[in-house]
Design a binder for this molecule. Sequence first.
Ligand code: KG4
Ligand code: ZN
Length: 338
Amino acid sequence: DTPVYILSIESSCDDTAAAVLQNAKVLSNVVARQEVHEQYGGVVPELASRAHQQNIVPVVDVALAKAGITRNQLGAIAFTQGPGLMGSLLVGSSFAKSLALALDIPLVAVNHMQAHILAHFIDEEGFDKPQFPFLALTISGGHTQIVKVSSFFDMEVIGETTDDAVGEAYDKSAKILGLPYPGGPLVDKYAQLGNPKAYPFTKPKVPGLDFSFSGLKTQILYFVQKNVALNPNFVQENMNDICASIQYTIINILMDKLKLAVAETGIKKVAIGGGVSANSGIRGTLKEAEKKYGWKTFIPKFEYTTDNAAMIGIVGYHKYLEHTFSDASVTSKARIQL
Ligand code: KG4
Ligand code: ZN
């Protein structure tokens, strides 16, 4: 069989990304991060769209060049249809449509959240692909879900956050501690140097498989305010222990629900996806769960955890195999279900 080359575009939030896949293998995976948002402490949608528009053509050119592929060799174009910021999504979809029309090749619309899960099906040496059915924990700046994945396109959300996403919990905690946006990776960095039991934060009581993180954020805010009133340097002096305690609490919340999901479904295969799965504590705890609970866990390669286009490409490839194509009237969607 002759291989198919798929160009994929991801522009749902603040990263402009393009990748080229040869079937399930990634030939190139390029991301242009937008630093403009740092000074605002969060993503500014209007600035994100503008930066996508500046970045998209160069990012695609670099992805093609790195893959050693010309536009004329492409067999399909995949792009993120949603969920995400509308203005950001529109840049990627308009670009993908124009190029697919110009090259007269199929266009494939991809759900960003499916892509975070199906990133596990990229061919990558040293990484096993999960077998169906498995449970996926998707943890990002916008989502926190436990998904029962029965086949490539048969997914059921069995638990989700009722307020903030895990990534938001990380980023908002980091902001309270005076760390720059996005603070998740920094909290993780300091957490590795601190005592996780230094400051016991309480876990929220949420029924079933759902999550809540807004209470934790408030708890951390009051905790910091109270201590800073007594010692203005409290945060600087105890950064490692505070971060370790926050991380410990968040991981416990996630693990409690995962254990419940495994018990309820009888499925012991657990895959993680989304930006927060880059977290060292979560990765370590899941690895331990293999021995401790007899689970099989799947942790994606680092570059496929935060937003990237390779994950859009792998979904594109599987839709291509099924001939699930879109025509040029396909529209971006800020919200879509799995
Ligand atoms: O999937 P992603 O790149 O974008 C969204 O779709 O939201 O996730 C970004 C989120 C941010 O909240 C960021 O702080 C968080 O992932 N994140 C981390 C780590 N790396 C990224 N949170 C905790 N620990 C990390 N190592
Ligand atoms: Zn994402």
